[in-house]
Design a protein around this ligand. Sequence first.
Ligand SMILES: Nc1ncnc2c1ncn2[C@@H]1O[C@H](COP(=O)(O)OP(=O)(O)O)[C@@H](O)[C@H]1O
Ligand SMILES: [Mg+2]
Length: 259
Amino acid sequence: MTGALLEIADLRIRFAGAGEVVRGVGFALGRERLGIVGETGSGKSLTARAILKLLPRGAAMSATRLAFDGIDLLATGERAMRALRGRRLGLVLQDPRFSLNPAMSIGRQIEEAWRAHRAGSRREARDKALALLEAVRIREPQRVHGLYPHQVSGGMGQRAMIAMMLAPDPDLLIADEPTSALDVSVQGQVLSVLDEEVSRRGMGLILISHDLALVRSFCDRVLVMRQGEIVESCAAAALASASHPYTRCLLAAQAELLA
Ligand SMILES: Nc1ncnc2c1ncn2[C@@H]1O[C@H](COP(=O)(O)OP(=O)(O)O)[C@@H](O)[C@H]1O
Ligand SMILES: [Mg+2]
């Protein structure tokens, strides 16, 4: 054990017909904010899902190391993985519709996520759910608590999902384009909620985004992916002087957008 929260070595994912789409990814993560950037299709989401062993049907995965807090995930069965996912590992997806249960109110879902790791009264669970809804800047937590997922906007659904994922106090949260449906000011507020968890509890965070500027200002360290490989790994502050041509290309494209 190295003490890292997450260790990945030589991760490969292939689909029959499509060949290898993640090609030898490796990195280690501490209790820090790691950004993963890269164009659409570069393998960011599949890398994230591989960590939770939640790959789409037809995907074949291999790695020489995949460990979370010293636990060898390659040797962990589905039952134990499910327990880890509910308590210690969280995944926030781009589209909340795939993660929220359509048949349960938002508040109930957050309460259940909290109760997954703590024996508390219903009252405590409700208070915690309301506090989390408030933390993700939902203005009327009492009202939203009773709404069903189809009754809220995409941005609110996304924030509800973040609240649900934070409820069990996970050790590692992987957020895959978590703020893409939010407007810029709410985006900043939601990121600051995640930031708080990193500094307050030492949660590890992987933030996946195609927004280079966002990752650069928010993360400690950045990985740049291209066609299934990590082509650059550097401190976020050093990104502006990154040397890989592809990273320079992304930076230039971003500068153009901002100009
Ligand atoms: N279910 C699937 N079947 C076949 N190919 C897939 C599947 N899911 C993803 N891929 C391919 O794997 C590559 C990486 O996908 P993904 O990790 O989702 O990229 P990113 O999140 O960086 O946009 C893409 O080229 C995509 O076409
Ligand atoms: Mg993706």
